[in-house]
Design a protein around this ligand. Structure first.
Ligand code: 1PR
Length: 589
């Protein structure tokens, strides 16, 4: 699974091609590929086409959205740059395109299957061989290679020599590779001219490697354990493994340069200092409806979000879309929305939250995560919605990642009890359909002090600061429903279980530290970030720039998230980054 999330081929409603009656495709093996003439004969009736309008001006770009994913962010970025989008509906549209963008999303095999079945593979071949302007993004780059090891081997388009393989996590590098990393430019490529030493955003588990056979294609590499291909360029044909549409200003200038050759960038290329994967600083918006019915950003003290006044109102710290836009401008590497009452409301009934996402994604060009209430659900009319449908709606509305809280706790408990992966939990299903890089598990643990680590069946650790009665140990008990209910599972056990069940990242909160401003719970963050090989986001307790430095130097956290200090404007994001840079920690600036 690669890049931005993709939806199953059974239901979606983009304005592009919709393969509404194609079921998720089987793997295209090397043998099957050779039978592509038979595979190609998909009945036109199976192709549900939603036409789009396009202007006849020169500012039109053709988008090959084969319907397998959320490309809302890319559409938003293209429109933001003042271009109109014409969607590919038939292979002929590829051949006639003046400028083609192929934002591959999802799994390699499924994508190839769709291309072969619709005859788009041959059109792409011809278009690229004729050196027509082309930009492949993420999987859209990988598909140009000979084959991929993802659920394979699976044949690709075979235009570039090389194989797409999985990152090796055994050398200590966390997989998926998520975050802002540096490019090493190998040869001139106009679209990368404004990148300089700035970071760009990657999210993937598979990559192609540079070799003598493909060196004439490689325009930049990136290092993550090994050097892998970050971009290719030959003539008018470009491909990038990272996501320009999620790479802030620098990403927008890459897109602009492709869309309008000879255009100028917005940033001075010498401004950055990127050399490796940066530590991420994330702004989090806890969102809920207040007593007047408005959706507001709120913030708790140890998860209590009500004012301690006679009115006992929900604390209101601002409007979600405005704040998200502000944090993007301030340099947040990601923005998270947590619908904190999602556990009791039905998220698909919560249209304001979906609207928030839709509006935020129009102007925020860094990754957006959304969580709250992701689970199977039966509404008041008895209609059943699967968790995948709930997640799909979030993705369609502009989320790049979804975050599961309570439901992941139940799934982990079940898995630890039965030792069987049923494949039925929301976590397993969503990560199977969208890729694990699109699924975050949010953990809400509470510290429970112990006299001895043997006092509990879960992992207990010696704590840095003893408990109120001099206890030297603690375990971290997981909770559900926003901390309202304790569960018989520890954060350590949960983290390991959800990694096995398909989580791509962990958002690690701590109820004791939430809103206290005294720093992250380093004992907890260290425990969990050492236990798993997926990225861990440290959350809860940030009160000063030094706390970010502390968590990055004393634990293996990949990112640190804060809410209160940003909402109350006590510590700007740029001050956090400035401090980290001064102390020698690489961040995106
Ligand atoms: O269980 O799948 O419906 O998801 C609910 C989600 O909502 C979970 O991710 C859960 O963490 C979150 N949530 C539920 N109740 C609350 C609450 O505050 N009452 N917020 C809540 C969690 C923690 C962080 C907070 C950090 C940083 N809030 O999101 O932003 O602690 O805060 P700080 O920097 O101010 O210390 P489900």
């Amino acid at each position: 699974m690669e890049g931005m999330p993709y939806a199953s081929f059974t239901s979606f409603a983009t304005k592009s091609l919709s393969f509404a009656s194609l079921s998720p495709s089987p793997i295209v093996t090397l043998r099957q590929k050779s039978q592509k003439n038979t595979l190609k004969s998909v009945s036109p009736r199976k192709l549900v086409i939603c036409a789009s309008s396009a202007s006849s001006s020169g500012s039109v770009v053709t988008l090959l959205d084969y319907g397998a994913g959320n490309v809302r962010s890319l559409r938003n970025a293209i429109r933001y740059l003042g271009f109109e989008i014409e969607d590919v509906q038939t292979p002929k549209d590829i051949l006639n395109a003046e400028r083609l963008i192929f934002p591959g999303v999802g799994a390699f095999a499924s994508a190839m299957d769709v291309l072969v079945k619709t005859g788009m593979d041959e059109a792409l071949h011809t278009y690229i061989k004729n050196d027509r302007p082309f930009l492949g993004i993420c999987l859209g780059l990988q598909l140009l290679f000979e084959y991929s090891e993802e659920n394979g081997p699976v044949n690709g388009l075979g235009l570039i020599p090389g194989v797409v393989g999985r990152f090796n996590s055994s050398n200590g590098f966390r997989v998926p590779h998520i975050g802002w990393n540096a490019l090493q430019i190998a040869k001139d490529s106009e679209i990368l001219e404004d990148v300089g030493d700035q970071h760009v955003y990657f999210v993937h588990s598979y990559r192609a490697m540079p070799s003598d056979d493909n060196k004439e294609w490689v325009s930049s590499t990136c290092n993550y354990g090994d050097d892998f291909i970050a971009s290719i360029r030959r003539g008018n044909v470009h491909g990038v493994q990272f996501h320009p549409e999620k790479s802030g200003d620098v990403g927008l200038s890459i897109l602009r340069r492709f869309l309008q050759p000879n255009s100028r960038g917005t940033k001075n290329p010498t401004q950055g200092k990127a050399s490796k994967l940066a530590k991420r600083v994330i702004a989090c918006l806890d969102v809920r409806t207040n007593d007047k019915g408005d959706l507001v950003v709120t913030k708790g003290d140890q998860y209590d979000v009500r004012e301690h006044t006679k009115e006992n109102e929900v604390r209101n710290l601002g409007k979600p879309v405005e704040l998200a836009g502000q944090y993007y401008k301030d340099g947040a590497d990601e923005v998270s929305f947590l619908n904190i009452t999602g556990f009791r409301d039905f998220p698909l009934g919560d249209l304001p939250m979906l609207q928030v996402l839709r509006h935020a994604s129009e102007n925020v060009f860094v990754p957006l995560t959304v969580g709250g209430g992701i689970r199977d659900f039966t509404d008041a009319n008895g209609r059943y919605y699967s968790s995948v449908e709930v997640a799909s709606e979030y993705f369609r509305s502009g989320a790049d990642k979804i975050s599961i809280g309570s439901d992941a706790v139940y799934a982990a408990e079940e898995y630890l009890k039965s030792k069987v992966k049923t494949g039925k939990s929301s976590l397993e299903q969503i990560s199977r359909v969208y890729g694990n890089q699109a699924v975050v598990v949010s953990i809400d643990p509470r510290r429970v002090y112990l006299k001895s680590p043997n006092d509990v069946e879960f992992k207990a650790i010696r704590v840095t600061k003893p408990g109120p009665n001099g206890e030297e140990y603690a375990w971290y008990q997981c909770t559900v429903n926003g901390g309202r209910e304790d569960r018989p599972i520890g954060a350590y056990e949960l983290a390991k279980a959800v990694e096995e069940l398909g989580a791509g990242e962990i958002l690690l909160n701590c109820i004791d530290c939430d809103g206290q401003g005294k720093g992250f719970d380093i004992d907890l963050v260290k425990l969990i970030s050492d236990a798993v090989s997926i990225p861990v986001i440290a959350s809860s307790g940030a009160g000063a720039v030094e706390h970010f430095y502390e968590v990055f130097t004393k634990s293996n956290a990949s990112a640190a998230l804060a809410a209160g200090i940003f909402h109350r404007k006590e510590v700007p994001i740029q001050s956090v980054k400035g401090h980290l840079l001064k102390e020698g920690i690489e961040v995106r600036i």
